[in-house]
Design a protein around this ligand. Structure first.
Ligand code: PXL
Length: 283
């Protein structure tokens, strides 16, 4: 281990669900952020037997009512975090509790992955009130990482499957209207066979484009946000565009590790790509 590895050892709190099976949320966030060399504390928002897309009959125990006591204990112990990163949350009321945690975490970098929709549709558990609460949450944060569906919902625009730069610019303008944070917009494709990620910070637009693979998998948004958070927190310059591009390369490696296995459709085999994550971080 290098000397600067010992000194740069940030501590992140991530708040999202435990999907016991499904390779998403905490079961990807913990290993991925840890693999970046970052201490990872967790607050489970709910415990589900599986994630909610593609499985039927899943169980769900919402942990909303446990959140205030957990947060109060940490406060009493004087526990602080270098970053708070949120994903799939259990309920609208829970989002309000998470806003309280963020408000108390004055010195932390706050990263919100709205994790509520994809492909033009809200996930089954959510409704308009959840979207409104999520809008308030990201506006209390420093960075938001929506896909295009989530961005459209958060700023009240129609979701479009095909679009041009003007549509993306309007999404970014509305998302940042009256809010001084950074947008990392994922899954932005301007050309056949290509996709990429936009970072929009202080009015400046940066696009990282890469190949688009023909197969998509559940949970890649969580893999992306986790890798982004780990990479960003290990970078003393906090270079958002670098973290956004490297996280995209990691997700691509995870998808490539999974394509071809027809028995593995519910998530990506990110574990086999973890050595590449460490290599990417050395760039
Ligand atoms: O990957 C996002 C996610 C996380 N957690 C649960 C989900 C989903 C998406 O469907 O259902 C429980």
């Amino acid at each position: 281990m290098r000397e600067d590895d010992c000194m740069n050892y940030p501590k992140v709190l991530t708040i999202q669900d435990v999907s016991c099976v499904g390779q998403c949320s905490l079961t990807v966030a913990l290993p991925i952020i840890s693999a970046c060399g970052v201490e990872t504390c967790i607050l489970p928002s709910a415990v589900l037997s599986t994630h909610t897309c593609g499985f039927t009959g899943f169980t769900c125990r919402d942990l909303t009512d446990d959140v205030p006591a957990i947060a109060a204990h940490w406060k009493k112990e004087g526990i602080t975090f270098d970053a708070v990163y949120t994903g799939y949350l259990g309920s609208t009321k829970q989002i309000d509790y998470v806003r309280d945690i963020m408000r108390d975490a004055a010195g932390s970098l706050k990263i919100v992955d709205p994790a509520m929709a994809d492909g033009g549709k809200l996930y089954p558990a959510f409704d308009g009130a959840y979207v409104a609460a999520m809008r308030a949450l990201y506006r209390d944060a420093d960075v938001v990482l929506p896909n295009i569906t989530e961005a459209a919902l958060l700023c009240g625009m129609d979701y479009r499957e095909t679009y041009d730069r003007a549509y993306i610019d309007e999404l970014l303008r509305r998302l940042t209207d009256g809010w001084n944070g950074t947008v990392v917009l994922t899954g932005v494709s301007y050309a056949a066979g290509k996709t990429g990620v936009v970072t929009y910070q202080n009015g400046s637009y940066h696009y990282y484009e890469h190949e688009k693979l023909p197969t998509s998998y559940h949970g890649t948004g969580d893999v992306y946000a986790s890798a982004f958070t780990g990479i960003l927190m290990r970078d003393e310059k906090r270079d958002v565009s670098r973290a956004a591009a490297l996280a995209a390369q990691f997700v691509l490696a995870c998808i490539k590790a999974t394509v071809g296995d027809d028995n593995h459709k519910y998530g990506v085999k990110f574990e086999t790509a973890l050595p590449q994550l460490w290599q990417l971080m050395q760039q």
